[in-house]
Write a protein that binds this ligand. Structure first.
Ligand SMILES: Nc1nc2c(c(=O)[nH]1)N[C@H]1C(S)=C(S)[C@@H](COP(=O)(O)O)O[C@H]1N2
Ligand SMILES: [Mo]
Length: 318
């Protein structure tokens, strides 16, 4: 039995979102009376303390990777989100305000000279911030263009001091079912996990965002820090990161674990390689009614195509 709950305007007709298939399983569980607890959550926004990093924004813009246009309206990008920990529809932004982002500790482990933990404000104090305007392309075919503030991922990797055996960096989202209600749903492989090959992590395009639209990044967009790898489908961009583990083993990400026929490790944007359930040829910018062509590597081929010339045996586009 399939229960389609997505609104029609989100996707081409008669298609469910990738996440939709799991929504359906969840709905069945609820129908059977097992998932009721996760329904009973009010959307209260709690009062916020002052953000100690607020004075760091806005940061100078780095336009080396272009300044794509038109910029998505801030309101769109901050009220239409994928953050499954808070709910499976796009309107989780109010619920996400319950996430407390101070204190926030990031744990560094695995193949590093010495494992350590660092607080977000100590980390921010060590790194210059810059703004970059990047395209974002969700595998569901919506897209946006937003100004992130943060630092190149390679600056963070340098602080972590991985050893020569490290081949991958694995990043995880906070685990806190008391504020992230969907984490009580054990059909999903929490915590949300994603990873990059070391050369991808060291590519200068790969960014860690701590800000958005010249301000500290909103909770719904992955506060206090999230990955931004703009040539990959959006699901790679793990939010609200609490750990980096350097490994010689390729991690299996959240979506790959759920549905490996549909989601893989590399997940590079390619309009010519359809998702098993829909075309990836075009996309719908948030706030627009027209679809536009999708670009190879989401428009970043000149910066990242070289990462894959020796990986042609891999499934690079799913
Ligand atoms: N922890 C976590 N990170 C996540 C997700 C999620 O559900 N949980 N969704 C991903 C997906 S599918 C997309 S498209 C982007 C959406 O980012 P945005 O809401 O800031 O646009 O976040 C990614 N990171
Ligand atoms: Mo996505």
């Amino acid at each position: 039995m399939l229960i389609k709950r997505r609104r029609g305007w989100e996707l081409p007709e008669n298609r469910v979102t990738p996440e939709g298939i799991y929504l359906q399983r969840r709905d069945l569980v609820r129908v059977m009376g097992l998932g009721a607890a996760s329904l009973a959550l009010p959307g209260i926004a709690l009062a916020q303390g002052a953000d100690p990093s607020a004075a760091r924004y806005p940061a100078p813009r780095n336009d080396r990777y272009g300044v794509p246009t038109p910029m998505t309206a801030e309101k769109q990008a901050t009220t239409y989100n994928n953050f499954y920990e808070f709910g499976t529809d796009k309107s989780i932004w109010r619920d996400a305000q319950k996430l407390e982002v101070r204190p926030w500790t990031i744990k560094v482990s695995g193949l590093v000279e010495k494992p350590f933990e660092i607080g977000i404000d100590d980390l921010l104090a060590r790194l210059p911030l810059e703004e970059r305007v990047y395209r974002h392309r969700c595998v569901e075919t919506w897209s946006m263009i937003v100004p992130w503030t943060g630092f190149p991922m390679r600056s963070l990797v340098a602080l972590c001091k991985p050893t020569s055996g490290a081949q991958y960096v694995v990043m995880k989202t906070l685990s806190k079912p008391s504020v992230m209600p969907e984490q009580r749903d054990l059909l999903y492989p929490w915590p949300y996990t994603e990873g990059l090959a070391m050369d991808e992590a060291m590519n200068d395009l790969t960014f860690i965002a701590t800000g958005l639209y010249g301000k500290p990044i909103p909770k719904q967009n992955g506060a206090p820090l999230r990955l931004v790898a703009p040539w990959k489908y959006g699901f790679k961009n793990v939010k609200s990161i609490v750990s980096l583990e350097f490994s010689d083993k390729r991690p299996v990400g959240f979506w790959e674990k759920l549905q490996s026929q549909e989601y893989g490790f590399w997940a590079n944007v390619n309009p010519k390689v359809p998702h098993p359930r829909w075309s990836q040829a075009t996309e719908k910018p948030l706030g627009s009614s027209e679809r536009i062509p999708t670009l190879l590597y989401n428009g970043y081929a000149e910066f990242v195509a070289g990462l894959y010339t020796n990986r042609t045996a891999e499934k690079l586009y799913m």
